[in-house]
Ligand binder design. Sequence first.
Ligand SMILES: Cc1cc2nc3c(=O)[nH]c(=O)nc-3n(C[C@H](O)[C@H](O)[C@H](O)COP(=O)(O)OP(=O)(O)OC[C@H]3O[C@@H](n4cnc5c(N)ncnc54)[C@H](O)[C@@H]3O)c2cc1C
Length: 358
Amino acid sequence: MSHDADVLIVGAGLAGACAAFVLSQTHDVHVLEAEEPGAGASGAAAGLVNPFMGRRARPVWRLREALEAVSTLLTWSGASALFPQRGVLRPVVADEQATAFREAAAEHPDLATWLPPSDAHGRFSGVATEQGALWVPQGGAIDVRAMVRALLEAAQEHDAVVESQAPVLYWRETPSAAVVEVDRGDDTEELRADRVLLALGQGYPRFPELRRLGLDGVKGQTVRVQRPSALNASFPPLSGRGYVVPDDDTLVLGSNYDNNFDNLTPDPDATDYIQEKTARMVPDLAGAEVIGERAGVRVKHTDTNKPLLGPLPDRTRLWTFTALGSKGLLTAPLLAQALPTYLEDPASIPDPVSLFGR
Ligand SMILES: Cc1cc2nc3c(=O)[nH]c(=O)nc-3n(C[C@H](O)[C@H](O)[C@H](O)COP(=O)(O)OP(=O)(O)OC[C@H]3O[C@@H](n4cnc5c(N)ncnc54)[C@H](O)[C@@H]3O)c2cc1C
């Protein structure tokens, strides 16, 4: 039986969209999305490109390549305007951080600069920087939903098919094909391809084969507020007590971490918590008008806290690309870039993220 595509991609979040764009250059691609592109965690993300994460500002995995991959993918898809690279400011919010931040700046002088309190205050007056700050000029923020849409549109220009409202219910593989069953309302349809790439993000819990990979989900929320007039348009993205991401005349504030959730509705208590937390970093945020909230689930691998890519255990044609955790922007473009090579040669997937042979 003939195939419907070379690669069927299930899920149109950041992982699926990056994969669809890259693979559409060389393969027949068909994307199946249960709701609409960016409906999952990608639609809730604040969009921080934060190369030095966590309290100790540790560099993310393959930092330089990851940063370059974001820009390359956006330029290649004609969407470079989505990442103006305005920098990220990391104000010190705990005593021991100043030492860690100075060390990060000393180890990566081309990527990070330590700002003593007087310098930090002079440059970023609306931010509490009494203990100094780390300035990361190549960081910034991206509207993740807009990025997903732009990548899918660019993929469609290369003849990819992108379907919304097309939930996948089931998958299997035969010696000659990977097969998915799509919910078509009153009926179901089987589609066949050489490979299926499961990029389900927060949709994994329904599928035992994905749950068995050791995935875990942490709910989080972002809150959009009107930008207070005291904070001018050049206000940078911030990561310290939560994060603050400017977007025109609004700011996106994040986030909370909820391990015990039973629904994905935004929670008013979480909104209060996020506003209070970020206002300790940017006092003008206290009482800022809330204009929207979004919640999503960060999916991570419980042991490695790194993405997972490759064929599912005991499968060859059924692959997954998942567990992007809190840093999808610095992992999805990096791994998607090399997907054509990885599909040809799964042994070339880097060990820390590879499912091949596990
Ligand atoms: C509150 C919050 C803030 C965040 N902030 C940042 C940030 O500032 N910077 C950063 O880099 N990362 C951030 N992240 C993490 C980032 O959002 C994720 O790493 C990334 O978006 C995950 O993308 P994904 O494609 O794997 O998953 P998702 O975005 O969840 O996409 C999966 C898609 O698959 C679809 N799907 C699910 N099941 C099926 C099915 N059966 N059939 C068909 N389609 C299906 C879903 O509808 C969804 O569209 C944040 C996450 C959260 C929750």
